[in-house]
Design a protein around this ligand. Sequence first.
Ligand SMILES: Cc1cc2nc3c(=O)[nH]c(=O)nc-3n(C[C@H](O)[C@H](O)[C@H](O)COP(=O)(O)OP(=O)(O)OC[C@H]3O[C@@H](n4cnc5c(N)ncnc54)[C@H](O)[C@@H]3O)c2cc1C
Length: 439
Amino acid sequence: MVTTSAAPNRRIWTNWAGTATASPAEVVSPTTVDELQRAVARASAAGMRVKALGSGHSFTPIAVTDGLAVAPDRLRGIVSADPATGLVTVLAGTTLHELGPALWQLGLAMPNLGDVDVQTVAGALATGTHGTGARLGGLATQVAGMQLVLADGTLYDCPADDLPAAAIGLGALGVVATVTLRCVPAFLLHAEESPAALDEVLRDAAAFDAFTRAHDHAEFYWFPHTRRALTKRNDRTAAPERPLPRLRRAIDDELLSNTVFGWTNRLCAARPSLIPRVNAVAARTLGAREFVDRSYRVFAAPRRVVFRETEYALPRHAVREAITELEAWLRRSGERVAFPVEVRVAAADDVWLSTAYGRDSGYVAVHQYVGSDHTRWFDAAESILRGLGGRPHWGKMHSLTADDLAGLHPRFDDFRAVRDRLDPGRTFTNPYLRRVLGD
Ligand SMILES: Cc1cc2nc3c(=O)[nH]c(=O)nc-3n(C[C@H](O)[C@H](O)[C@H](O)COP(=O)(O)OP(=O)(O)OC[C@H]3O[C@@H](n4cnc5c(N)ncnc54)[C@H](O)[C@@H]3O)c2cc1C
């Protein structure tokens, strides 16, 4: 979000989690691609850096700029759609929240989504946003075309050779103007959520594999200091729509997942010694539920309790060891963590900077409530997950540098070569990109 601060003519931008702030020299909200081109060309000719803002839902300072900030709010909507091929071109600032119903009207859908939908299409793609599904890739695997505004204002229609770089471009190659997505026919999901013993899903690598492969979209939340999990399984269905009654949805998604969850987190932040008992109660009392609804309504839910997060993608077979090591560290250290650890999966893909590049992946995401210090927990998790060959999510907190990341991403240098070609003057850089990509 961008707000005007008390100081005259200065605008302060803060991300959702409050982990990054910026004071851009200028903010523009272009309404057309042409206006966007002119704004970028003018700023770079004046020697300013340029950064496009999304919805501010990255935890890293990836969107920070002291130069020109390009706000996404007026570059939104579907430009063209072909229901026969499923190819849909959207303006970069379109939010996933508005895209779901708009695609539904066309008889189309995104095959997979993350767990919130407030992100812009370009912002979600830039950091490698993913959902869960053993046979499905992250959002970037759905990209069929992209137009970038380069530093001199040129509109660059990415050729096929550049798409594997541009689909997860970290905002480092140019400002995305439009994205063409490969959509699928609209579908309903049969959603089942239920508490389970952790061993049911993670007894051994085969149990985890069976759990994730048995469903189109499977994930679980592990409650630290317990051996309990909440499982979520979503499968495509031809059954008729049977959404949750409005009241039940409000109770589950607003009251329990946000309001009560917020209270318990505040209580736990004040009295950490209560956490093991609170988590044990939460893990057993979170109710089972089952419904059938439109895919985009099932994938995403509101998240109003502010938290911090780090997430690593591991070779899928290493997930069990990761949870075992995290559990052992919590026992050894005495650290108390109330927020559940989220485990998801994705299929291997060929997007150069994808965390799932070339390998079937399991994601382990570690969170901490905004009112509690996350440092020790995140440092420990990073050390454990890195030790298992993990690659950090580009939009979630981590401490890795270009030298570390070059060893984790086989096409890292190829990406940097595309960056050298498309942004030789580094108009689109910022301190985060200097850290993770180099100068
Ligand atoms: C509550 C919450 C839930 C989340 N859930 C998930 C999840 O389920 N799965 C997952 O993988 N991640 C998840 N994330 C992370 C989130 O999806 C990513 O960080 C995503 O990048 C945020 O999108 P945004 O629109 O907010 O982009 P921002 O965070 O605002 O920006 C991200 C990057 O995109 C660039 N960018 C934005 N627009 C453009 C453009 N037009 N051209 C070029 N670059 C551009 C920015 O410059 C920046 O570099 C979650 C984050 C939060 C806070």
